[in-house]
Write a protein that binds this ligand. Structure first.
Ligand code: APR
Length: 310
């Protein structure tokens, strides 16, 4: 397996490290900053004798090196800077993702794209549109991250092993995420039977603000260990064809009553990317929350179309 990671910043480099540590394949780490991906790749490679991984890792400034990749993880982008509007960020990152997607289309036409760059669902749409890939081969990472944060907070609250906690979070990343406590369980027992409504609401709120909590602590930069681990879990599901059922951003054509938009929904991930979207029953309130979340994404897509004339 050849796995390319576009963007060698915090999330990209951590993804690269985790991919080789988990022996998922060889990695090509691409960034525009001269020397940086080469330096990070060498650093990861130098840990191999101690960490005992054998995969090859290449750091490069040339997109050509992604040729023939099976999976491309896209983390390239700018963080939001003071004074930058949401629209500015969307425009700038859409340019970067467009640049990446054009190269992926040309150089790795059979690959599966795993998008991480924010605003996630809109960037996943841009990558899908620009690459011209079938919808199964473009998927965004957000729900796994929101779920893993939520699972961590539930585990802390209940003092129960994290591996026994399963959580389903739909919708967009962050503010508009739609946690589903009814479908979140501790060893099969619905969370709603184990925690009060107030406690669940508190944990949901912390999860919703999970990214901001870390930004405030770090002062510079944003989270990268949990985002990278979440993306690599999706990469693993593709590489091992394990058909994990995970929340991820997928292109919807009528599922959940939503159309022409990427949104976080339960999907089965395997060797072909999104093998299936699993439509689950939602209450009126949950449906409405998902609709609102998708409407935000549609607005972003419309903004991008306006800017680019697509
Ligand atoms: N091609 C390749 N790399 C690029 C390009 C490009 N056209 N443009 C920018 N980059 C690189 C930058 O040089 C930088 O090294 O993308 C990298 C982004 O890294 P960081 O700034 O460290 O950001 P990071 O924390 O890794 O987050 C990346 O993931 O979670 C999301 O919101 C986050 O959108 C952001 C992305």
């Amino acid at each position: 397996m050849k796995i390319s990671v576009i963007g060698g910043g915090n999330v990209g480099a951590t993804c690269a490290l985790m991919i080789v540590q988990q022996k998922l394949g060889d990695v090509v780490l691409v960034d525009i900053v001269e020397g940086m991906p080469q330096g990070k790749a060498l650093d990861v490679a130098e840990a191999a004798p101690v960490n005992r991984y054998e995969s090859h890792i290449l750091g490069t400034n040339k997109y050509e090196d992604i040729a023939g990749a099976d999976i491309v993880v896209v983390t390239a982008g700018l963080p939001r800077k003071p004074g930058m509007t949401r629209m500015d960020l969307l425009q700038k990152n859409a340019e970067i993702v467009t640049h990446a997607a054009e190269h992926i289309k040309k150089l790795a036409p059979k690959s599966i794209i795993v998008m991480i760059t924010n605003p996630l669902d809109v960037m996943t749409y841009v990558a899908w549109k620009v690459s011209g890939f079938p919808k199964q081969r473009v998927v965004g990472m957000a729900g796994v991250l929101d779920s893993t944060r939520y699972r961590h907070f539930i585990s802390l609250e209940m003092k129960i092993a994290m591996e026994d906690i399963h959580a389903m979070v739909l919708g967009g990343h962050g503010d508009t995420m739609v946690p589903l406590p009814r479908y979140s369980t501790v060893s099969g027992i619905p969370l709603t039977q184990l925690l009060s409504t107030e406690t669940i609401a508190r944990l949901v709120d912390r999860t919703r603000k999970g990214g901001t909590e870390i930004v405030n602590l770090l002062k510079t930069g944003s989270a990268y260990y949990a985002p990278a681990a979440s993306a690599v879990q999706m990469v693993e599901a593709i590489v091992r064809d394990s058909r994990r059922l995970l929340p991820a951003s997928a292109y919807l054509e009528g599922e959940f009553g939503l159309k022409e938009v990427f949104a976080g929904v339960p999907v089965i991930i395997g060797k072909n990317g999104v093998e299936k979207i699993v439509e689950i029953e939602l209450t009126v309130d949950e449906k409405e929350a998902l609709r609102k979340s998708a409407a935000d994404v549609s607005e972003g897509i419309a903004d991008w179309k306006k800017i680019t004339g697509n």
